[in-house]
Design a protein around this ligand. Sequence first.
Ligand code: GLU
Length: 491
Amino acid sequence: MVSGEIRVRIAPSPTGYFHVGTARTAIYNWLLARKHSGKFLLRIEDTDRERSKKEYVDIILDGLKWLGLDWDEDIVYQSKRIAENSYRPHIDRLLEEGKAYRCFYEPDELKAERDKARKEKRNFKARKYRDISPDEAERYMKEGRSFTVRLKLPTEGEAVFHDEVSGDVRRSYDDLDDLIIMKSDGNPIYNFAVVVDDHDMEITHVIRGNDHITNTFYQIEIYKALGWEIPKFAHLPMILRPDRSKVSKRKGDKGVTEYRTDGYLPQALLNYAALVGWSPKDDREKMSIDEMIESFSLDGINPNNAIFDIEKLNWLNGEYLREMDSNKLVDMVSPYLIEAGLTTIYWIETNWHWTVRVIDSLKDRCRLLTEYVELGHYFFRSEFDYDAKGVRKHFKADGTAGLLQSVLDDFEGVSRWNKDTLEKVIRDLADKLEIKPAKLIHPTRLAVSGMTKGPGLFDILELLGKTEVQNRINRAIEYIEKGEFPEQEDN
Ligand code: GLU
């Protein structure tokens, strides 16, 4: 049971693309906040001036908005916090209280000592200046020697914290050195800024990737030294690719907003990403946002690394698309059709009902919004290539043109252009020619759509309309008569 207001945050560094791992961290934080009517905050950790870029901040904000992960309160920018001198007073206090000290190592000297210890297989600690007298420190400063500030860490025993996902996590103090909290340029180091920010933002639960576990050990020491309440920590397992390697842009893994470009729905990505490493107790898969909020809890997070399975995401996306109201679906698909140059918004708006019927006819086959373009382009464009395999199978030089001509002749007299009439025409013609209807259906489908699969042929014919169908069949007859068929593939 959680008491008091839950305040969580995500703290992305705007140094690269917004990947699914960060999105999932955001989702869990957001779900926890929404479940307990708490606050979900956003902090941009942009103190690395060389690597942080405004465009990456925009990508993160865009991605969060697209997923519907709305944040509370103003965004906190670490660069602004530095400018406002938010950290230095705390460092000064630790110095005054003797919990931190000035460390005067020259970089070369430190490196030499570290190398020497490594050669001698000794555990090295950079503690040379830990116990120098205040007078000595004063003297070095007067000499103008530069210094960092280090936090004194215990010298023996074990650091332990309770992780909400993995249970108790331990580390020997032998493995933790006195932590630099201020760089020689006077700026706080990363771990120090995180603690001060989380404290000032009154964060109750720090939920982040398990690559931060070592940071957590250090951060807890900072909390203790400052005498501040320590938040709860939950470290999330990694998201891996199916070959168990790390998700990475270089390997082609998409950034969050690229999923939008590629035809995914935000609710599908949100639902799927939430399931990578978390499950409700009853193993439900397709869940609405409200259901996820309702059933989310940190103890449902699996401590083992999880695999990102794009096939499952595609399946889920298809499920969401299929249950969508057709008018809404046209709204969603239209930008992709327009982007592909197949139509214009004006055209869609003036042919709305027809477009709804087209989209409906494709609905069962499409798992991604982009598939409406791939599988339905011929509804919007008369010129298209014929599927090469289909041509070899269904456009025969010795007969298909004649069959299509018969179809054309019989279509000529049809005045009520609807699928039932057209089906009857084709079946009657097949009877008359003493062939199977399929012998007419396949070449006709290829002629009017360029494809061998798709919605029912008679639905396509009805939707395209008489003139368009006639033009397309004529074009196919010409094509077959020219005889320029694609080469047989080698395989
Ligand atoms: N800026 C860190 C990152 O992008 C997150 C730090 C945190 O959540 O404490 O991984």
